[in-house]
Ligand binder design. Structure first.
Ligand SMILES: [Zn+2]
Length: 472
């Protein structure tokens, strides 16, 4: 049998692996390549062959760079199961429907440009219809139990602490009766330790002590550690306290799932502990509002502190000051709302969504703070703000930036270098993987992690290119 790397090879997006045995073909993740036009081209060109001929698909988690191309399967005629944890099964519809909307909007913009003759138009990668055809294929797996997913293939999901429902995978496969069983570990994305709401990542080492044949590990932050979370929280608290006392406005661009909830958690903590005055916080994101419901529905996945809070009768994301802004009309009314006020809205990189409207109305004002708590890709409005642009263009208008821009490191959903090495060391000590493969990281990051791991695991991990296969 062989395991083929079909994405996230020397980059952080487009995760996809294909396992081919004598009796089954299984796909692990089918993510979107994200970035610019080149990545968009990869989404169409770098696709595993024979999409209709898989026996099963298994997902590590619901981020779009791991699930964003699933609708291509339905489009190609695949009608088999897509296995994932229960929480991931609930998050996938929210994520894919949103992505299809963005794809369709992009395609309409491309078509307009095409008519103007600037360059040939690209159609949407897939449509909302294909998303709807994909969703009934989702099948949930219970965490932590080995379950058959295809002939001769079993998988076990283990909490990877990266987002609600995220998992590392222990996969066991055989070419047929009497043939040896091979064990492959997929790290998925590994979360940092000690963050609120989520549990620390668990080790996917086989419980029966079996030796692992192949360990495939992410390397996103393989070259560096994050700033300590406690320092970031302290800095953010000082900004929020001061802005609140001065009755100012705080705009927080945030990803809908994960980051928005962590920010609410800390704002609630600040107000409930009396370290900041109580003031209204508006969550202006239908997707983030949906996600809060899922945190509640899957509360058994939350960390010990959150569970203790639940047993004491309160939910960690409940705060009386939190207003859920559902309609665009309500969102517009916030422009005239008096301070102090905080508005959390997407998109996380300010390249679309309701936050752009709030920035248009707020950036020119001196009494506005913008708290940037996530990664801002090159070319986005968020990156311009981080780079202290004196003015920015929004909806064709030039807006001077007089607001105070605060960039906070330390809220990452990914383990830093030291935690990645610790994760690998735990797996090595328990099950001595025969081979290691590093993916989901740019080359400098995975080379650095490779050098950091070698002394512990006694070998140099493989750094595969797209299409490279490991024979097992
Ligand atoms: Zn992820």
């Amino acid at each position: 049998m062989k395991l083929i790397v079909c994405g996230a090879a020397g980059e952080v997006t487009g995760s996809c692996y294909v396992l081919e045995t004598a009796q089954a073909r299984v796909m692990i993740d089918f993510g979107l390549h994200q970035g610019g036009r080149e990545e968009d081209d990869h989404n169409r060109r770098l696709v595993p062959p024979d999409l209709s001929r898989f026996d099963a698909v298994v997902l590590t988690h619901a981020h779009i760079d791991h699930i964003g191309r699933l609708p291509l399967l339905a489009g190609a005629g695949y009608s088999g199961p897509i296995f994932a944890s229960r929480a991931t099964c609930d998050l996938v519809p929210i994520m894919l429907r949103d992505t299809a909307r963005l794809q369709e909007a992009d395609a309409a913009r491309e078509a307009r440009r095409g008519r103007e003759g600037s360059r040939p138009a690209l159609p949407a990668l897939y449509t909302s219809d294909e998303v709807e055809r994909t969703l009934p294929q989702l099948r949930h797996l219970d965490m932590d139990s080995l379950t058959p997913v295809a002939p001769g293939v079993r998988v076990r999901l283990v909490d990877s602490g990266h987002m609600l429902g995220s998992a590392s995978i222990e996969l066991r496969a055989t070419d047929g009766p009497g043939k040896p069983e091979r064990v492959i570990i997929f790290s998925g994305d590994i979360g940092p330790r000690g963050v609120p709401l989520l549990r620390d990542p668990a080790s996917p080492a086989p419980k029966d002590g079996s030796r692992v044949d192949l360990a495939i590990m992410e390397s996103t932050y393989g070259d560096r550690d994050h700033r300590p979370l406690a320092d970031t929280v302290e800095e953010a608290s000082a900004i929020v306290r001061e802005a609140a006392w001065d009755k100012q406005r705080i705009l927080i661009p945030a990803f809908a799932i994960g980051r928005s909830q962590v920010i609410i958690y800390y704002l609630a903590m600040l107000m409930q502990s009396g370290r900041a005055p109580r003031f209204p916080v508006h969550l202006d994101s239908p997707m983030a509002i949906e996600a809060i419901k899922l945190y509640r529905a899957h509360a058994q996945l939350l960390d010990a502190d959150s569970l203790a809070q639940l047993r004491a009768g309160s939910f960690p994301l409940d705060m009386p000051e939190l207003h859920l802004v559902k309609s665009a009309e309500e969102s517009k009314l916030l422009n005239d709302a008096p301070g102090p006020i905080a508005i959390i809205a997407g998109s996380g990189m300010c390249n679309g969504g309701r936050i752009v409207h709030h920035l248009r109305h707020g950036l020119w004002r001196k009494d506005v703070h913008v708290l940037i708590a996530g990664y801002q890709a090159a070319g986005t409005l968020g990156r311009q703000l981080v780079n202290r642009a004196p003015e920015v263009r929004i909806f064709g208008q030039t807006i001077p930036v007089r607001a105070k821009i605060h960039t906070l490191g330390g809220f990452s959903a990914h383990a830093g270098r030291t935690e990645l090495i610790q994760w690998a060391k735990t797996l090595h000590d328990a099950s001595r993987p025969a081979r290691w493969v590093l993916t989901h990281g740019e080359n400098p990051q995975r080379q650095s992690l490779s050098a950091g791991l070698a002394p512990f695991i006694g070998q140099a991990p493989t750094l595969p290119a797209y299409g490279d296969a490991s024979e097992l």
